[in-house]
Each structure stands twice: as C-alpha cells, then as structure tokens.
Write a protein that binds this ligand. Structure first.
Ligand code: ADP
Ligand code: MG
Length: 229
C-alpha cells in the first residue's frame, strides 16, 4: 500500500481564525518507510495527518491510498477505510478513560471482530515494548500523558494497519524513551511494510526515520504553483 497526496488544499476555522494550512500540497509516502513529517508548530502537520487518515476532507485534491481517492468517498466508506486500514495515534492518545491499559488494546481488537484471546499475548508484548509492563492493569485516566500516548501507540500497532499515522509521539517522554519509541515505530514499519508518517519536531524521532519531509519547505516549493527551490 502507498499513500499519495496530490494537490491538497485544506482550509480550517471560521471568521478571523480561518486559515489554509495546506495549499496545493504534493507528497508521496512509500510502504515500508517511516517518514518524519517536520515543520514548526502551526505548519500543518496534524492537519496533514487528519487528511491522510480520512478524518478531514480536503477542500480540493486527492488522497490516494493504493490508488483509491479517499477524498472522493462518502462518509461510511471513509469510516470503513479508517477502521480497516488506518492506525491513528493522536497527540492526546484518545483513550477510553475507564479502561485499563490492557483493556484499551483488547477493546480495539474486539471492535474489528478479533476476540480477546487471539490478541491477548501480543497486546501484553506491545505494552511491554512501549515500556508499560508495570502499568498493564492501571486505568488510563490514572496515567500520565506520555503513558497514555504510549498505550495509544501499542493499540495502533496491535491492529497492524497498512497506514500508521502518529502525531508527536515523543513530545511527552524522556529522551531514552523517545529513542525507544522511535525505534519501535521504525522496526514495525520495516517488518509490516506499512506506510508510516510521524509528525514530529524531535531530532530523536527524525534520526530513526527513513526520510524526513519538511512541511514548511514543501509548502514553500509547491503551493500557489510558485515553483522554484
Ligand atoms: P501543526 O500540527 O504543524 O502544529 P496544525 O495542523 O495543527 O499544525 O495547524 C495548522 C494551522 O491550522 C495552525 O495555524 C492552526 O492554528 C490552524 N488550525 C488547525 N485546526 C484548526 C481548527 N479546527 N480551527 C482553526 N484553526 C485551525
Ligand atoms: Mg500538531
């Protein structure tokens, strides 16, 4: 599976806060590669992830996932693509607050029809991989922001998505943990051959990436048909 964003323009907000973070953006994201998407705060990294994951529909342009234009699909088809192919790790983690770390993973598997017994061992292994073996049975709402986001990473990896989108995974963790998380994402990408895009401005995460795409530079070169390097 590959992801190709073609001539994407996105406008967000209303009134005075109306802004166009992506303007005529072109970018390709190959399978089996971890792309670090960099750029200053406000440059549109999270917006690009939302568009790539069919959460946000662009004003114009194509979001080609293996040739299928996600921007042209209706809401229910987009929801199905998200469920079946997209692993999304939001900056906030987006967990179910009453469930434990382990239950977050089992619940996500059950939503896509995979019984708990078939994923239990792997769920435990993934939570161990993200350094949460001592938090398996802690409720998410009692954990730190960094711990919650690590649960969200483990949860996304459990379902082996073809498209893995991760927003600032290392922002709330210490440096050693950041390097471990980045290596885990890179390893997973290489083993499963998924398309992985990690929004980050962390040099540690960039170092683990196969390629670095600077959104600010990309927009300057592309948008408005300006051309010129
Ligand atoms: P990044 O993730 O690189 O920090 P974002 O994609 O979150 O950037 O935001 C890009 C720009 O779009 C910023 O100027 C931000 O304030 C604006 N923006 C994003 N989402 C919204 C929204 N829902 N309403 C208004 N402005 C928004
Ligand atoms: Mg962001």
């Amino acid at each position: 599976m590959s992801l190709h964003l073609h001539d994407i323009t996105v406008t967000v907000g209303r009134g005075d806060s109306r802004t166009t973070p992506l303007r005529g953006l072109d970018a390709e994201f190959p399978a089996g590669r971890l792309t670090a998407l960099t750029g200053p705060s406000g440059s549109g990294k999270s917006t690009l992830l939302a568009v790539a994951g069919a959460l946000l529909r662009p004003d114009s342009g194509q979001v080609l996932l293996d040739g299928t234009d996600l921007a042209a699909l209706g809401p229910s088809a987009r929801a199905r693509v998200r469920r079946e192919h997209v692993g999304y790790v939001f900056q906030s983690g987006n967990l179910l607050s009453g469930l434990t770390a382990r239950e977050q993973l089992l619940a996500a598997a059950s939503v896509v029809g995979r019984p708990a017994r078939s994923v239990r061992a792997r769920a435990r292994q993934l939570l161990t991989d993200v350094g949460l073996e001592h938090r398996l049975d802690h409720r998410a709402d009692t954990l730190s922001g960094g711990e919650r986001q690590r649960i969200a990473i483990a949860r996304a990896l459990l379902l082996e998505p073809a498209l893995l989108l991760v927003d600032e995974p290392t922002a709330a963790v210490d440096r050693t943990r950041a390097a471990d998380l980045a290596a885990l994402l890179a390893d997973t990408t290489h083993r499963h051959g998924c398309v992985t895009v990690v929004a980050t401005h962390d040099p540690v995460a960039e170092a683990a990436a196969d390629r670095v795409l600077d959104l600010a530079a990309l927009q300057a070169a592309g948008g408005d048909g300006g051309g010129g390097a």
